[in-house]
Design a protein around this ligand. Structure first.
Ligand SMILES: Nc1ncnc2c1ncn2[C@@H]1O[C@H](COP(=O)(O)OP(=O)(O)OP(=O)(O)O)[C@@H](O)[C@H]1O
Ligand SMILES: [Mg+2]
Length: 504
């Protein structure tokens, strides 16, 4: 089946998010869409999937004009979508998520969970996914949650599959699996729209590439186009993909962990008596395959985890057990792994989110009221400096594109006077131009004498920024190496192999 969009236009107030977009996606092809943060990619896809209504334009499936006004219309027309921010209901099971809200399509009888379970098991088997239909979605790792969205599309027999930044939250291994699944679907004749900021993935699987900038299609190019060329076409300027890291003097330990342990809700020790010293003026990266305790360690440092033991000294003062608020005010900037869960209050305005943890302090507060003028002036400053694409700082932060939400968190956290920066997956969802900028800023923090603890599953990012690299494996730091380690060595360490021996 093919999909054709003609003249799709979508405005939000005075702002044109999609400007007369034409796009043709053929059966059995992977069509990549590239574009900077806020270019209009998700908006366009949400229109195709019936989540947003276009102001004008037409959608054809196999040459037939479709009237798509809600997702069930899209699914009936054979269009499935995996969202940038998953649309699953966390407290429901996998099977319930696949049935509920789609009763109209008539695939399953009303609340026919048993039939859905069987369908899930069959699709999982066909594609080699291991997904338990009875698992509660919120207990599943993101990689599996994403498979649930793919399974839903497959069960409803999507012949056009939209993947909106599906790899942003995946490990490299999960990414490889997904790319293989995409190639298999392509062989079976599915038309795939693939949105990603990772140029290497595009060059690996795409048959066609369309580049969107500021709501307009600006080019269609072949996958043999170099990464550098793709990058500059996306953002409209040259992008330096490798930041400059100057050698400099490293200072005294500023954040010291002694026998730090974290247990999860079920009592399992996920961080096991960890010791490290982060020094002023250095970037210490924590590398590891996702799920080896890094997320819990990062959260524990800002006291977001409940079951923590051991000691954590910030500039000589014990901070373990403080509230999150007091931790941040003790001198920690925190870029959380999940901007949606821990970084933003989605119903607050962009301006409010830009000062979230400073709202009770001068110059923002006067008495108990926020000084609206100062708040919005400060916000405007951040917006310019961090190139946050928006209509008005008083809009809800939920109206921003994924990458621009991330920039709000980064702008806020990098603008506070702190001693230490804890950055967890700081460039997740950012376009190449913004990654370059954020990398420079992180190195700027280091050069200004702050300690930076960087958690990243992107090896290239770790190697580009780190002075030293601590490798986490099964809740422990199994080795700390310096930054001239090779990618291969680092890969082996991450797999738990130290000195050619597996860690037991
Ligand atoms: N509901 C809304 N109200 C106002 N503006 C919106 C709304 N939804 C999207 N926008 C604006 O439309 C623009 C395009 O957003 P979109 O989410 O399509 O970008 P994107 O290309 O997917 O970016 P990213 O790579 O960051 O995900 C953004 O500037 C965003 O602020
Ligand atoms: Mg998007």
């Amino acid at each position: 089946m093919s999909l054709e969009l003609r003249g799709i236009t979508k405005t939000f107030g005075l702002f044109t998010a999609n400007d007369s977009i034409d796009l043709k996606v053929e059966a059995g092809k992977i069509h990549a869409i590239l574009g900077e943060n806020g270019a209009g990619k998700s908006t366009l896809m949400n229109i195709v999937y019936g989540l947003l209504k276009a102001d004008s334009g037409e959608i054809f499936v196999d040459g037939k004009l479709q009237n798509i006004s809600e997702p069930s219309d899209a699914l009936s027309a054979g269009i499935g979508m995996v969202h940038q921010h998953f649309m699953l209901i966390p407290v429901f099971t996998v099977a319930e998520n696949i049935v509920l809200g789609h009763e109209k399509i008539g695939k399953f009888g009303v609340l026919d969970i048993a039939a859905a379970r069987e369908a899930i098991i069959k699709v999982s088997k066909d594609f080699g996914f291991s997904v338990d239909p009875d698992a509660i979605v919120e207990t599943l790792p993101v990689g599996i949650q994403q498979k649930v969205e793919i399974i839903r599309a497959l069960i409803y027999e999507a012949k056009v599959l939209i993947l909106d930044e599906p790899t942003a939250v995946l490990t490299p291994q999960e990414t490889d699996e997904l790319l293989k699944t995409m190639q298999e679907l392509k062989r079976k004749g599915t038309a795939i729209i693939f949105i990603t900021h990772k140029l290497r993935e595009v060059r690996a699987v795409a048959d066609e590439i369309t580049i969107i900038r500021r709501g307009k299609v600006i080019a269609a190019v072949s996958p043999s186009t170099s990464e550098g060329e793709l990058a500059s076409m996306m953002v409209g300027r040259e992008v330096d993909l490798a930041p400059d890291r100057q050698e400099h003097e490293i200072g005294e330990p500023i954040l010291v962990a002694n026998n730090l342990s974290v247990r999860n809700v079920s009592g399992t020790e996920v961080v096991k008596k960890i010791n490290f010293e982060l020094r002023a003026g250095e970037v210490l990266a924590v590398a590891g395959v996702q799920g080896n305790g890094q997320s819990e360690l990062a959260r524990a440092i800002v006291n977001l985890e409940d079951h923590v033991e051991g000691s954590l000294l910030l500039d000589g003062h014990e901070i373990r057990g403080l509230s999150i608020y007091d931790s941040l005010h003790a001198g920690i900037a925190y870029i959380p792994e999940s901007r949606e869960l821990d970084g933003l209050v989605s119903s607050f305005s962009i301006a409010e989110n830009l000062i979230l943890d400073l709202h009770d302090q001068a110059p923002y507060a006067s008495g108990i009221n926020l000084s609206a003028k100062v708040v919005s002036e400060q916000a405007e400053k951040h917006v310019l400096e961090f190139d946050i694409r928006l209509q008005s700082v008083s809009d809800a932060v939920s109206t921003l594109s994924g990458g621009n939400k991330q920039k709000v968190v980064i702008a806020r956290e990098l603008s506070r006077p702190v001693k230490v920066l804890i950055a967890s997956q700081p460039t997740r969802g950012l376009d190449v131009g913004s990654i370059e900028f954020v990398h420079e800023r992180i190195l700027g923090e280091r050069d200004a004498g702050r300690g930076v603890l960087l958690f990243s599953t992107e090896l290239d990012e770790v190697l580009a920024l780190a002075d030293r690299i601590a490798v986490m494996y099964r809740g422990e730091i199994i080795e700390i190496v310096d930054s001239n380690v090779s990618k291969e060595e680092l890969g082996l360490l991450m797999a738990g192999v130290v000195n050619e021996k597996a860690v037991s």
